[in-house]
Design a protein around this ligand. Structure first.
Ligand code: NAD
Ligand code: TYD
Length: 356
């Protein structure tokens, strides 16, 4: 793997992955980061990287749905490996505006696969989500053999892209690996997702909107553990195989929010407890009850285990948001705020789903 194309590298996980890989002792090649820079793509997430890793990092502002510039880029940079993160990634947005989810997640993946078919590929790694499996009841775990049963336009579009990747392996022999990961958290996560949204709202004394009764369960994984898992699969995963990635860290949403409040009270004390800001709001339509991953295949075959517990990872994450208020401010005054204002009149009114 000499010239790795990372798609969506200015997003949350992609930018953490690029930082991780350029510093990894077992990678000496180059990274070409292609990102459309949607509201979620922020070049600031990789500030200083081009200078620090001069000659090993290139950024290209392009849309994976546009085959011509992408094809030119494959040739110019002699791409031999793809690590595909680029996607529309937020379930709530997919409920309100599904179009871009179908375009980027399905058609974008298709266009990339076509390019991979035309060039000699060492590997096409596809980054996906556990949400393709739909919802669990109160027990059981998702395994790689769990049938797909997506609930939202987001998870349906990711499911379609997973099928395309596997079909291109079977039909055209492209060497692929697929990973389906649980919910990530950590530095640089866009503040529309549960954890950064709650941290930032709590710091500003704003309501903490918990959907429904707050008993929905997610399986949380620190982003760097995900990045290490992806690189492990790329290096040693069997071609054509799928690996589930999870933290064995199931938490009810209300438990996550209360824990965030308590740690914030300790790290950034105010007059009242942050728990007083918790507000139960109308549930998300089609809200999956529970996700939980069996990552036994990845652990057993490839010897991966998460390094962070939820407590250590969440403390690092809160510290990062406290130390990077400039990053937060620049996001708030940008496209995100204007999108929210256009849709709902105020920032983060999505939980009610009543105005769409
Ligand atoms: P993100 O929304 O933070 O970043 C997505 C990036 O893709 C952005 O930089 C955006 O500009 C870019 N992008 C979007 N459309 C594009 C296009 N047409 N062409 C080029 N670039 C485009 O997302 P994330 O949370 O970092 O997720 C990355 C990947 O990981 C996604 O495929 C997602 O499905 C998957 N995933 C995410 C999680 C999670 O908890 N966030 C969990 C499991 C899997
Ligand atoms: P989210 O971060 O959007 O990830 P996903 O929907 O992909 O799991 O949401 C995580 C959980 O938190 C999910 O059960 C929905 C819930 N949630 C809230 O209760 N309030 C919020 O404001 C958000 C964004 C999410």
């Amino acid at each position: 793997m000499k010239n790795i194309l990372v798609t969506g590298g200015c997003g949350f996980i992609g930018s953490n992955f690029i930082r991780y890989l350029l510093s990894a002792s077992d990678f000496t090649g180059r990274i070409i980061n292609v990102d459309k820079l949607t509201y979620a793509g922020n070049p600031e997430n990789l500030a200083g990287i081009a200078e620090k890793f001069s000659g090993r990092y290139t950024f290209i502002n392009a849309d994976i749905c546009h085959p011509e510039p992408m094809s030119e880029m494959f040739e110019t940079h002699e791409i031999d490996t793809v690590c595909h993160f680029a996607a529309e990634s937020h379930v709530d947005r997919s409920i309100v505006e599904p179009d871009d989810f179908v375009k980027t997640n399905i058609l974008g993946t298709f266009h990339l696969l076509e390019l991979a078919r035309k060039h000699r590929m060492h590997l096409f790694h596809h980054v996906s989500t556990d949400e393709v499996y739909g919802t669990l009841g109160s027990d059981g775990l998702f395994s790689e053999a769990t049938p797909y049963d997506p609930s939202s336009p987001y998870s349906a579009s990711k499911a379609a892209s997973d099928h395309l990747v596997r079909a291109y392996h079977k039909t055209y022999g492209i060497p692929v690996t697929v990973s389906n990961c649980s919910n990530n958290y950590g530095p640089y996560q866009f503040p529309e997702k549960l954890i950064p949204l709650m941290i930032l709202n709590a710091l500003e004394g704003k309501p903490l909107p918990v959907y429904g009764d707050g008993r929905n369960v997610r399986d949380w994984l620190y982003v760097m553990d995900h990045c290490r898992a992806v690189w492990t699969i790329m290096k040693t995963g069997r071609r054509g195989e799928t690996y589930n990635i999870g933290g064995r860290c199931e938490m009810q949403n209300i438990g996550v929010v209360r824990m965030l409040c308590d740690i914030l009270d300790e790290m950034n004390p105010g007059k009242a407890s942050k728990r007083e800001l918790i507000t139960f709001v109308t549930d998300r339509p089609g809200h999956d009850l529970r996700y939980a991953i069996d990552s036994g295949k990845l652990e057993g075959e490839l010897n991966w285990t998460p390094a962070e517990s939820f407590e250590t990872g969440i403390r690092k994450t809160i510290r990062w948001y406290l130390d990077n208020k400039g990053w937060v401010e620049r996001i708030k005054t940008g496209e995100y705020l204007s999108w929210m204002e256009r849709q709902y009149g105020v920032m983060k009114m999505l939980p009610t789903f009543s105005k769409s």
